[in-house]
Design a protein around this ligand. Structure first.
Ligand code: MTE
Length: 321
């Protein structure tokens, strides 16, 4: 996410920032400038080198999914060392360097609550056994105009939703990340309001492409990718794919979502990948696949239009960006 200018975006693509700085952004920029200074106080290391290798638990007997892309996958190194996870630091290398703080990840529970007939708090290991785990190779398109192809391991979110039996009032779902500054030292910094929250409309959450992921590349999810469980919604900008969740709340009204709350003129609630709607400060028409030199064209709905376009029929996607 862009609190500060990404190195991925050419300066020619960026509209002069002063045109867009409102008071809120100004405060945000100021707080990020203070991040480096605050990092030491927060007790974690920024701007460090490569991550330490953590012993990884393998996941076997994976079903292959027909939703997978056959495009070339990014390397495990790319996927685990170039991350956005502000709870583990604001730079791309920070989450890997600070992965060691997000431990232990057992016990871990996920509470399913709100407008449901069967609210329940699941232990993570029971949750993982609700449905056979699949490998889903998805494109992930970050709002910062870079992308990767990632072999996620997970299961459809709709499995859990059906078990919860939503009431007729359940129109949206809100997801909440763990709030624990000891394990997530970035939460000691005033970068955003903690915990990170995100939301989906009910039909988006029910869509078979939307998964809860517990692993990647044949092994359990590394901390920097959102251990032990995260959401993955492949047709939306990456920030909708919230990491390390502890709560799934069914609600009647559109719930608050972190980036949308902070900078609503830049990050909409829907945030469907859309090459026709530019971010106020840069184009969304092209992207840089991590590991490639030339930029490629961004596809509507990140290339998943055949499956998801009907969810938005009749909606003005320039208004509901
Ligand atoms: N979830 C939480 N809790 N905190 C974050 O900072 N960053 C988001 C998303 N989920 C983020 C998060 C953004 S901006 C992106 S692009 C993706 O995670 C990146 O996922 P990856 O690091 O596994 O590629």
């Amino acid at each position: 996410m862009l609190i500060k200018k990404s190195e991925d975006i050419k300066s020619s693509e960026i509209t002069p920032q002063e045109l867009y700085l409102n008071r809120r952004q100004f405060m945000l920029s100021a707080s990020v400038t203070a991040v480096s200074a605050g990092a030491a106080l927060a007790g974690f290391d920024l701007f460090r080198g490569a991550s330490q290798a953590l012993a990884a638990e393998q996941i076997s007997n994976l079903k292959k999914s027909s939703y997978s892309t056959s495009e070339k996958q990014n390397s495990f190194k790319d996927i685990t060392n170039y991350n956005n996870f502000y709870e583990l630091g604001p730079d791309k290398e920070d989450p890997a360097a600070n992965a060691k703080y997000l431990t232990p990840i057992r016990p871990w529970t996920v509470a399913v609550e709100g407008e449901v007939k069967k609210p329940k708090t699941y232990d993570i290991d029971a949750l993982t056994k609700l449905s056979p785990l699949e490998e889903r190779v998805y494109r992930l398109r970050c709002v910062e105009a870079w992308s990767m192809v990632i072999p996620w391991i997970g299961f459809p979110l709709n499995t859990l939703i059906k078990l919860a039996e939503p009431t007729g009032n359940a129109k949206f779902i809100q997801f909440v990340t763990l709030h624990d500054p000891k394990r997530m030292p970035g939460q000691k910094l005033p970068i955003m309001e903690w915990p990170y929250v995100e939301g989906l409309r009910m039909d988006e959450a029910m869509h078979p492409l939307t998964i809860l992921s517990v692993g990647l590349y044949g092994q359990v999810l590394p901390p920097q990718n959102g251990a032990p469980i995260r959401v993955v919604v492949p047709w939306k900008y990456g920030f909708k794919s919230i990491k390390s969740i502890v709560k799934i709340r069914f609600v009647e009204k559109q719930p608050p979502a972190s980036w949308n709350m902070m900078q609503p003129q830049e990050y909409g609630f829907y945030s469907n990948v859309n090459p026709e709607v530019d971010h106020p400060r840069w184009t969304q028409a092209t992207e840089r696949r991590i590991g490639e030199f030339l930029r490629r064209k961004t596809l509507m709905f990140n290339g998943y239009g055949d499956q998801v376009a009907q969810l938005y029929s009749g909606m003005d996607l320039k208004k509901f960006y």
